[in-house]
Design a protein around this ligand. Structure first.
Ligand SMILES: NC(=O)c1ccc[n+]([C@@H]2O[C@H](COP(=O)([O-])OP(=O)(O)OC[C@H]3O[C@@H](n4cnc5c(N)ncnc54)[C@H](O)[C@@H]3O)[C@@H](O)[C@H]2O)c1
Length: 388
C-alpha cells in the first residue's frame, strides 16, 4: 500500500456559500489527481459562533472559530482560504501573507484597484503562493474554449461578448445584506462582472478601455427580520450597489467587446454566456449547458452550414478525464475540486494561477467600469492603474 501524502492543513475564513464550495473542493481534489499533499481543512471561521459550529460539523471540519486572526496565526495552518465578502478580502490576505501562509482568495480580490495592488505587493514580498478563485475557468468546456482560442481555432479574435443574468435582486422584499453594500464590495460589476472580466482577459488579452452604464432599480431594502431597526417598524436601508451594468470594451489587440451583468433579470437564475468571434471561427459557451461548446469554422463544409455541438467530456478535453465516464457530465462543484487539484498538483514549487496579479488586473477593469458609468465617458484602464 502506498503511503498517504503528507497533510497540508487549510483554514477557511467564512462558512457561507463559498466556505461550503471550497470545503467540498479540498475533499474531492485527491480523488481527481495524485497530489503531493493531502489537503485537510483544519478550521473554519465565521462571525456567528453557532452557525460556524454547525457549518464545521456539516462540512466535516474539526474546529471552528469566530476570530479569523486566530485562524491566520495558527502554526499548523499552511493555507488561508478567504471566503468572506469582498470588502474584507485585502485585509485578511495581507495578514495571511505576513504570517507566511499561502493564500487563496475568493473573487473579487479587493474593493478597489489600490487595495488589490497592495494585496499583490504583500504576497509578492512575503514570497507566498497566491491565487484568486476564478473557478469558472476550471470548467471543462470553458477551459476547452480558451485552449481552442489559443490553438487558433477561431483565428484572430475580433469580437468578445458575454452576459450574466440572475434574478437575485428582483424581489423588492429580499432583505438587506452585504450584497447591497458597496463598502463590502457587493456591486454587480464586482460580483458577476469580475468572473467575466477574468475570462475576457484570459481569452482575448488586455482590455484597454471601457464605456459603461449602471442602474439601481430598487433603491432600498428591508432590514432582515429581528434586527433592531426592523423591529421598530419600517426599517430599511439604502442600496449602494448597481442592480445591472453593461459595458463596451476595447481590447489592446484591437478586438471589440460587449458585456452585460444583471441581478435584475426575472427568471434568469445564473445564466451566463461567453462568445468569441474570430477571423475564421466562432465559439459559444452557455452555462445552462455547461458541458458543451458550440463551434463553427469558416473551413467547414458549406453544406453543413452552422455550428457543431462539442461535448466537452472527452478524456482529451481539459479536466474531463479526471471525472466521470464520457456522457455523465460535471457541474458547478467540479470547478472547486479542479481548482484545488490545479493549485496543489505542483506544491510546494509551482506558482499558483490565476494569481493576485490577475486579480488586480480584473479589479482595474471593474474600477474603470465604475468610473465610466459615474462619469458618462470612455475610461482607459491605465487611468486606474497609472500605467504609462
Ligand atoms: N466563485 C464563485 O462562484 C462565487 C459564488 C458566490 C460568492 N463568491 C464570492 O465568495 C465570497 C463570499 O461569498 P458567499 O456567497 O460565500 O457569502 P456568504 O454571505 O454566504 O458568507 C459570508 C461569510 O463571511 C463571513 N463574514 C465576515 N465578515 C462579514 C461581513 N462584514 N459581512 C457579512 N459576512 C461576513 C460570514 O460570517 C460568512 O461566514 C464573496 O467574495 C463572493 O463574491 C464566489
Amino acid at each position: 500500500m502506498s503511503p498517504q501524502p503528507p497533510v497540508l492543513r487549510v483554514g477557511i475564513v467564512g462558512y457561507g456559500v463559498m466556505g461550503k464550495a471550497h470545503s467540498y473542493g479540498y475533499r474531492v481534489a485527491p480523488m481527481l489527481r495524485a497530489l503531493p499533499v493531502t489537503p485537510v481543512v483544519g478550521v473554519i471561521s465565521g462571525r456567528n459562533g453557532p452557525a460556524a459550529a454547525a457549518a464545521a460539523a456539516a462540512y466535516g471540519i474539526g474546529e471552528h472559530t469566530t476570530d479569523w486572526r486566530a485562524l491566520v496565526a495558527r502554526d499548523d495552518i499552511a493555507v488561508v482560504d478567504i471566503c468572506t465578502p469582498p470588502g474584507t478580502h485585502a485585509e485578511i490576505a495581507r495578514a495571511a501573507a505576513a504570517a507566511g501562509k499561502a493564500v487563496l482568495c475568493e473573487k473579487p480580490l479587493a474593493l478597489t484597484y489600490p487595495e488589490a495592488a497592495a494585496a499583490l505587493a504583500a504576497v509578492t514580498s512575503a514570497g507566498v503562493h497566491h491565487a484568486v478563485g476564478f473557478n469558472y475557468r476550471r470548467l471543462p468546456a470553458v477551459a476547452l474554449m480558451r485552449r481552442m482560442i489559443a490553438d487558433g481555432a477561431v483565428g484572430e479574435v475580433r469580437l468578445w461578448r458575454a452576459t450574466w443574468l440572475s434574478d437575485e435582486f428582483t424581489d423588492p422584499d429580499t432583505p438587506y445584506d452585504w450584497r447591497f453594500d458597496r463598502q463590502m464590495g457587493g456591486t454587480t460589476i464586482a460580483d458577476l462582472g469580475s468572473h467575466l472580466i477574468d475570462m475576457a482577459l484570459w481569452m482575448a488579452g488586455e482590455i484597454r478601455s471601457v464605456c459603461a452604464q449602471s442602474e439601481t432599480f430598487i433603491a432600498e431594502r428591508p432590514l432582515p427580520a429581528g434586527t433592531a431597526a426592523a423591529g421598530t417598524g419600517g426599517g430599511a436601508r439604502t442600496v449602494t450597489v448597481d442592480d445591472a451594468s453593461s459595458a463596451l470594451l476595447r481590447f489592446g489587440s484591437g478586438a471589440l467587446g460587449a458585456m452585460e451583468v444583471a441581478r435584475a433579470a426575472v427568471r434568469r437564475p445564473c445564466d451566463f454566456t461567453v462568445e468569441v468571434n474570430g477571423s475564421r471561427g466562432t465559439l459559444v459557451f452557455d452555462y445552462a449547458r455547461l458541458n458543451e461548446l458550440r463551434y463553427g469554422s469558416a473551413g467547414d463544409d458549406p453544406g453543413l452550414y452552422g455550428m457543431r455541438r462539442i461535448r466537452a467530456e472527452h478524456p482529451s478535453h481539459p479536466y474531463a478525464g479526471s471525472w466521470w465516464p464520457i456522457g455523465q457530465g460535471v457541474g458547478y462543484g467540479s470547478s472547486f475540486g479542479n481548482q484545488v487539484a490545479d493549485l496543489l498538483e505542483g506544491w510546494p514549487d509551482a506558482p499558483w494561477t490565476p494569481g493576485f496579479g490577475q486579480g488586480a488586473a480584473v479589479q482595474a477593469v471593474c474600477d474603470a467600469m465604475e468610473a465610466s458609468a459615474a462619469q458618462g465617458r470612455w475610461v482607459t484602464v491605465s487611468e486606474v492603474t497609472g500605467a504609462a
